[in-house]
Design a binder for this molecule. Structure first.
Ligand SMILES: NC(=O)c1ccc[n+]([C@@H]2O[C@H](COP(=O)([O-])OP(=O)(O)OC[C@H]3O[C@@H](n4cnc5c(N)ncnc54)[C@H](OP(=O)(O)O)[C@@H]3O)[C@@H](O)[C@H]2O)c1
Length: 244
């Protein structure tokens, strides 16, 4: 049975991804700082992805239980606790976002990919993948949360470099760029985005739902889109369309 590791799996987009993958027959390892065992997780691990020193323990737990990893979804991420103008934002918030959104996933991927390479079997064991959940903020500026945009832009490039390095190994690497998705992360700015959506921010005219992202993950993780490593898929209801 294939094994998928999903970070930030306890809520929101990560939980929907875990459900989607479990429905496709994956054994799902869910990782979050707070997470309860049970459906849809075959294994739930409480860990802080920013704590790079804890990564080896996480991997040894997965390796002991399953002995293989087929898919890694780097989804865990946070917004700034308080939105601050780029001219005022402090180093503490900047470092927090870099550590959780970029440094943690960068090194977690390095460790798990090395394990995937060491443990992969023969021809039947190809179609492994790594998916980075970034954001439209990787390319859209928000001066009141610069550290978020910069962390996601960095993660976007991490996806490209991992895709480049791993292309010949059979591990495909993808970036999924969500737009405005209704989760705990955006609950506090619901009124603001309700108005923006009514004013035409999103061509498809609605909030994104976690399941929209989960469907993109399950499509990419299967073998239906071969020969496609390094691809960026934006799931944003058309926010990527430039229009006059
Ligand atoms: N919602 C949106 O509009 C939107 C748009 C674009 C991109 N995204 C990205 O999509 C991803 C998921 O966002 P979401 O909207 O689902 O957010 P969410 O509802 O706030 O969920 C975030 C998840 O990440 C986990 N997490 C946070 N910090 C962690 C850490 N240090 N270590 C391990 N797990 C951690 C949380 O669990 P714990 O708190 O228990 O650790 C939770 O499971 C994020 O990377 C976010 O930047 C979201």
């Amino acid at each position: 049975m294939k094994v998928a590791v999903v970070t930030g799996a306890s809520r929101g987009i990560g939980y929907a991804i875990a459900n989607g993958l479990a429905a496709k027959g994956y054994q799902v390892v869910g990782i979050s700082r707070n997470i309860e065992p049970g459906d849809p997780f075959a294994l739930a691990i409480k860990a802080d992805i920013a704590d790079v020193d804890s990564h080896a323990m996480i991997l040894s737990e997965i390796a002991a239980k399953f002995g293989r990893i087929d898919l890694l979804v780097n989804n865990a991420g946070v917004a700034p606790i308080k939105r601050m103008d780029i001219l005022e934002v402090g180093a503490e918030s900047f470092d927090r976002l870099m550590n959780i959104n970029l440094r943690g996933p960068f090194f977690f991927t390095q460790l798990l990919v090395n394990f995937m390479l060491e443990t992969r079997g023969g021809q039947e064991d190809i179609n492994k993948a790594v998916i980075f959940i970034t954001s439209v903020s990787a390319v859209a500026s928000s001066p009141e949360r610069a550290e978020y945009c910069i962390s996601k832009a960095g993660l976007s490039m991490a996806a490209q470099v991992y895709a480049d390095r791993l292309a010949a190994t059979g591990i495909s690497v993808y970036e999924i760029r969500p737009g405005v998705i209704y989760t705990d992360m955006t609950a506090g700015v619901k009124g603001k985005y309700d108005k923006k959506i009514a004013d035409g921010l999103i061509p498809e005219g609605r909030w994104g739902q976690p399941e929209d992202i989960a469907k993109a993950v399950t499509a990419l993780a299967g073998d239906e889109i071969p020969y496609s490593t390094g691809t960026v898929i934006e799931i944003s209801g058309g926010m990527n369309i430039r229009h006059l």
